[in-house]
Design a protein around this ligand. Structure first.
Ligand code: FNR
Length: 188
């Protein structure tokens, strides 16, 4: 079967290295996975007053998640956590109460930074959030990508063969994971 993956880029930067990584992941992904970005940049800051009458931005986000088989988070680390922009999007998607968009939605997390631990702490925190949101997560492999200039070329190709293979395996493992989850947890 084929699966549609909605991906979140946690950075709003025009020059985001995580967007570069997302594009590289799409290039090495197996043919059974189709991708569409779930945009987060135009969301207002969430508060629960919105729950009484969800605005179009919030509804569009929830519709976008409902329309995909799985979600992939490609995120930077800001001060050892995910950026507020991504947390805001997750908060929007988790509400109104009783309509959490992540329930039973398979997910995976990955990210890159120039630092040696490559977003590891942010990813760990994101895993905790996704657990609370009842999203079945791909536990392994983990992927902490240390960014270096030239690791990806302008076409979004990975220049280092070891990283290329690692990312290729990561995406085929994600396909297998999505397949396994959807075989036991029917979409809601
Ligand atoms: C950073 N950066 C960073 N890197 C890291 O590995 N751990 C961290 O905790 C932080 N903290 C942090 C906070 C803030 C406010 C900024 C702007 C940056 C550096 C970060 O990895 C680098 O700027 C990346 O380029 C961010 O990813 P995008 O936005 O390019 O995808």
């Amino acid at each position: 079967s084929t699966y549609t993956v909605g991906y979140f880029v946690g950075s709003l930067s025009q020059k985001s290295i995580n967007r570069v990584l997302a594009n590289a992941l799409i290039r090495v992904a197996p043919p059974e996975l189709a991708f569409r970005e779930i945009p987060i940049k135009d969301l207002p800051l969430y508060n629960h007053d919105f729950d009484a009458d969800y605005p179009p931005e919030g509804r569009a986000l929830k519709d976008a998640i409902a329309a995909v088989d799985a979600v992939l988070f490609v995120t930077p680390e800001y001060n050892r956590d995910i950026p507020g922009s991504l947390k805001n999007a997750i908060d929007w998607a988790s509400r109104p109460w009783g309509t959490n968009s992540f329930t039973h939605k398979p997910s995976a997390v990955i990210g890159t930074s120039p630092g040696k631990i490559g977003t590891a702490v942010a990813q760990q925190n994101l895993r905790s959030i996704l657990s609370f949101c009842n999203s079945p997560q791909m536990n392994a492999p983990e992927a902490y990508i240390q960014f270096a200039p030239g690791l990806f070329n302008d076409d979004g190709e990975v220049t280092d063969p070891t990283t290329q293979q690692f990312l290729t395996d990561y995406m085929s493992d994600f396909r297998d994971f999505v397949q396994r989850v959807l075989s036991v947890l029917p979409p809601r």
